[in-house]
Design a protein around this ligand. Structure first.
Ligand code: SF4
Length: 323
């Protein structure tokens, strides 16, 4: 498997980088820690950037006629405009970005589980929303790998995040270089990964790459990029993973013994019943690609879409199942 591009990732500064929380704490985060050698992190603390000190009085998101407002109750200060202006300017000036890891539940950084209060003091929580910085990130970069550290404790979500982050970063590098031959190679080695995500989009991507004579290079890369973002918008379905595994199995089935075939079928059955993770099935197929020295399959990113050392099977047990 080839080298991986180093994605540029914006991260909430209180995750592993600095004790900049309202109480001066730093949060230890295993995913951010593991990613350190493989990504270029750009840490930012929006609350410190708008001039709030450390430690500081807490701030909240308040509902104001359906609009989210950022407020510091102890000082009775409305921080909404300041935070919105900082977020827009920062996200415009930061340059090319591949992903985000943001602190969950934060009124600034949170992306989907931030408490919204009915009023400034002693008011009940009436709904959840994004933090103000988090909502600007989603509006401008929602098509990229954007997650919060809480959700990344789930194995499936983390695996999807890493896959999306490294695959898109690699495409963006190709786009900058602008060589059609590189795009053709990229498409070929991602074939089974894309098939597992969305077979219909794999077909569209193939048509874009194949139709190159009628379109400019720029058009080809741009159309490919749009479809790539659609492809990674959702996690792969487990039925698509089964179909890809059976496809790959087809490469070796004539060379395998009856017992090996039986073993593979039983693995697929266990995967369907959630008794083994997909990685066990993929490892078995990968071992056959090595044994039969299948060069084409050995190049497939399906077997390793992101650096192997990032595989950490720990799981919060919350959210989705392990597929
Ligand atoms: S969650 Fe965001 S705003 Fe809050 S301390 Fe962390 S980086 Fe700063």
């Amino acid at each position: 498997m080839g080298e991986f591009v180093k994605p540029r990732v914006i991260v909430s500064k209180c995750l592993e980088f600095q004790g900049c929380r309202y109480d001066g704490e730093i949060i230890r985060d295993q995913t951010v820690h593991n990613l350190l050698p493989y990504v270029e992190f750009i840490p930012v603390c929006p609350e410190v950037e708008i001039g709030l000190g450390v430690p500081r009085d807490v701030i909240r998101v308040i509902d104001n006629d359906g609009m989210d407002q950022l407020y510091q109750p102890a000082k009775k200060i409305d921080l909404t405009n300041k935070m919105n202006q900082f977020s827009e300017q920062f996200l415009t000036e930061v340059g090319d970005i591949d992903g985000f890891i943001l602190k969950n539940r934060s009124p600034s950084c949170g992306i989907n589980d931030v408490k919204v209060y009915a009023g400034i003091e002693k008011a009940p929580v009436i709904r959840t929303s994004s933090g103000l910085f988090g909502s600007k990130v989603q509006a401008q970069y929602g098509h990229l790998a954007v997650e919060d550290e809480g959700r990344l404790k789930n194995f499936t979500i983390r695996e999807h995040f890493f896959t999306k982050l490294f695959t898109i970063a690699s495409f963006k590098k190709l786009k900058k270089e602008g060589l059609l031959a590189d795009l053709v190679e990229y498409h070929a080695k991602n074939k089974y990964l894309f098939m597992a995500y969305q077979p219909t989009i794999l077909k569209k991507l193939g048509n874009i790459v194949g139709n190159h004579k009628k379109k400019s290079l720029q058009q080809i890369f741009e159309e490919y990029e749009v479809e790539l973002y659609h492809l990674f918008a959702k996690l792969p379905k487990y039925t698509s993973n089964i179909s890809v595994s059976q496809h790959l199995f087809g490469y070796f089935s004539k060379q395998l013994s009856a017992k090996e075939k039986e073993f593979f079928i039983s693995m697929i059955d266990k995967y369907k019943k959630k008794k083994v993770p997909l990685s066990s099935v993929a490892s078995l197929l990968h071992s056959w690609a090595i044994r039969f020295d299948n060069e084409y399959l050995l190049k497939q990113t399906y077997f390793q879409p992101y650096p192997e050392k990032l595989i950490e099977i720990s799981d919060s047990g919350k959210g989705r199942d392990y597929r």
